[in-house]
Design a protein around this ligand. Structure first.
Ligand code: T4K
Length: 372
């Protein structure tokens, strides 16, 4: 990269690139699978991964799933919710779909303009007698206003289930992200800071949920000749768990590498007229999951920057555009105008490439292109 002279990059740079452990580490993990031929359905690696994750995340209760989406969908089912669920439209499709697929009614609350998480000051006006839960999203790894949200939830007797898909490994005031709320969902998708190829987990406060989550991810089967619930197939297999176990050994270094790159972006882009970066929270130890940049009154708009970068073979992403309440599948049911901040941010935000193996020179090139 140091020889770059303004031409299009030969190798595309995507918004992210999966981190992988040394190949031998993973291959070593596969050998016992060939010997036992036990490939899925809560095998040895599944159980070991669960144990190590509980330790890493500092929680007593955790269940693994085939992906983050099933984790969220089944967590909502396990809590036996009925009625309205308050959430935000500035997220990936999964959050709202999980609510709707449980027969629940999403009610959209707008987001905070500085960190794009649910604006807790607007939360109470969305609560009705039908509200049963709140599903806030730690979007980009930005911590929600957990204290305020949970104080409101307690007063109104509501459950809080965080979509923590982006927040693996983070802490607030020294407390792990998984320790907040009634439950939190984590995604271990290949594009995440920490992954198990596909995968997910739910951490939860009430230990009585453990059995139900386990049963729901296994078709609702509760005994050899008994099926008590309408469950799904949400089981994580042994190849996923093996990848998770390998990656867990390296995740702290991965986060350190990301931090260095994120800081460089901040150094180069902060304080520029018309460019806004997420407000950093000094109480939060971040995992540097994403690098969102908002173009608001900048000399070029978000879409122009997106296209300019693409000309150089750099593929930023418009996470999250459109807002969920603007999706075709929800047409006529929700209106983006009800959440004006989310609607505006989704039109202005661009998520720049950020992953552990990204070269610092490429970050500089991206900044040069944005600033030129
Ligand atoms: N809640 C939130 C807030 C979420 O963001 C997500 C998922 C979920 C819930 C649900 O969790 P999961 O069920 O997925 O565990 C990606 C991911 O598929 C998705 O997990 C993620 N959020 C979402 C924000 O991003 P796409 O469709 O944008 O991914 P894709 O295939 O375009 O990949 C983006 C880039 O990543 C590629 O250009 C290159 C790189 N990549 C991708 C894959 C698939 C790799 O380096 N390796 C890979 O294997 O959705």
């Amino acid at each position: 990269m140091s020889t770059w002279k303004g031409e299009r990059l030969e190798t595309p740079v995507a918004v992210t690139r999966s981190s992988l452990p040394p190949l031998e580490e993973y291959v070593d993990m596969l050998k016992p699978l060939w010997e036992s031929a036990w490939l899925t359905n809560m095998g040895t690696y599944h159980e070991e991964f669960k144990r190590q994750l509980k330790e890493y995340m500092g929680v007593p209760n955790l269940e693994l799933f085939v992906n983050g989406h099933m984790a969220l969908e089944l967590a909502l089912q396990a809590l036996e919710l009925k009625g309205e669920v308050i959430t935000t439209p500035f997220t990936f499709a999964s959050t709202t779909h999980a609510i709707v697929r449980n027969g629940l009614e999403p009610v959209f609350c707008d987001i905070h303009p500085s960190d794009y998480t649910l604006d807790a000051d607007l939360l109470e006006e969305r609560i009705t007698e039908n509200t049963c839960a709140i599903v806030p999203v730690h979007v980009y790894g930005n911590f929600c206003d957990v204290y305020k949200i949970e104080e409101i939830a307690r007063r109104h007797g509501l459950k809080v289930i965080y979509d923590a898909a982006h927040a693996f490994g983070e802490t607030m005031d020294g407390k792990g992200v998984a320790e907040f709320g009634d439950a939190s969902m984590f995604s271990f998708h290949a594009t995440k800071v920490f992954h198990s190829i596909e995968g997910g987990a739910v951490t939860f406060r009430n230990e009585k949920l453990a059995g139900r989550l386990y049963e729901l991810k296994n078709f609702g089967i509760t005994g050899y000749e008994r099926v008590e619930y309408v469950g799904a197939n949400g089981k994580m297999n042994e190849f996923q768990a093996a990848m998770g176990l390998c990656n867990l050994r390296h995740v702290d270094q991965e986060i350190e590498k990301r931090q260095r790159l994120a800081l460089r972006y901040r150094e180069r882009l902060s304080g520029v007229q018309g460019i806004r970066l997420c407000q950093e929270n000094p109480k939060v130890e971040s995992n540097y999951a994403y690098m969102p940049v908002v173009f608001d009154g900048y000399k070029k708009n978000r879409d122009q920057i997106f296209q300019d970068l693409a000309k150089y073979n750099i593929h930023a992403r418009k996470y999250f555009y459109p807002c969920v309440n603007h999706y075709d599948c929800y047409k006529g049911r929700f209106d983006e105008k009800d959440t004006p901040v989310a609607a505006q941010i989704s039109r202005q935000v661009l998520t720049l490439p950020l992953y552990a193996d990204l070269e610092l020179d490429v970050v500089d090139l991206i900044c040069d292109l944005v600033l030129e």
